[in-house]
Design a protein around this ligand. Structure first.
Ligand SMILES: C[S@@+](CC[C@H](N)C(=O)[O-])C[C@H]1O[C@@H](n2cnc3c(N)ncnc32)[C@H](O)[C@@H]1O
Length: 219
């Protein structure tokens, strides 16, 4: 793990571009995305009028699952290859309400008060200053709209085979709760929604990695 933000960002673009074509070959990833989409559906009252932003969408597994339940999704990522795979899969699945955008919100803001829901899954631990990122999420959400972020609970650094591009070994969900509170979030909730079990670490023992969803409403 490097702590230099520019290196982390460069590592991430390369790492995820390289991984894009086979991203959905791992059943653990597909199962996780399904759980995140289900948990968001349970937590947030989705409707056919909602405009949604997914940040760090990857191949769009969460967005593609939720797309029938909302009006429009802007799927944002910094990896052009991830977005390319998303577009191909959305085309095969006849999904017409997802638009892709290659954009880094950590260096350039998006229009304010534009979305009914901003959601993100398994991306915050790749972002050095996720507190600033959440602040940008709040700015992008309309008053009364929703934020939902899922990520790995703090771990010992064994989750990834390769920690290049990893800015944090998981995240303490209570930190997300306090950031949401500091941004004026209402009805803040945090829940463990899934556990990834895999053989991992130098000793290749079987380990469990909990995943949380934190959500709230913008005042
Ligand atoms: C672990 S993947 C998760 C992808 C997807 N959300 C999923 O659950 O399958 C993290 C994603 O975040 C993207 N990412 C990393 N840093 C980013 C940044 N600064 N801005 C936007 N996306 C970023 C990566 O390209 C990658 O697609």
């Amino acid at each position: 793990m490097t702590s230099d933000p520019e290196h982390i960002q460069a590592d991430n673009v390369k790492r995820f571009d390289d991984a894009a074509a086979d991203w959905e070959e791992k059943p653990l990833r597909v199962a996780l995305a399904r759980k995140v989409a289900e948990a968001i559906q349970q937590a947030i009252p989705l409707s056919g009028t909602m405009r949604v932003l997914e940040y760090g969408c990857g191949t769009g597994m969460v967005s593609r699952t939720l797309s029938p339940h909302v009006a429009h999704i802007t799927a944002v990522d910094t990896s052009p290859q991830m977005l390319q795979v998303l577009s191909e899969k959305a085309g095969e699945e006849k999904i017409v309400n997802i638009e892709t955008l290659a954009h880094d919100l950590t260096s350039k803001p998006l229009p304010v008060n534009d979305f009914d829901l901003v959601m993100s899954s398994m991306t915050l631990h790749h972002i050095p200053d996720f507190k600033a990122l959440l602040h940008h999420f709040f700015a992008a959400v309309k008053p009364g709209g929703y934020l939902a972020v899922a990520d790995l609970v703090t771990e010992d650094g064994s989750f990834h085979d390769d920690n290049s591009g990893v800015a944090h070994y998981g995240i303490n969900p209570e930190t997300i709760r306090s950031i949401m509170s500091a941004n004026g979030g209402l009805d803040i909730a945090v829940k463990e929604i899934h556990t990834i079990d895999k053989q991992q670490g130098g000793d290749a023992t079987r380990r469990s990695y909990p995943i949380f969803l934190a959500w709230c409403r913008k005042a």
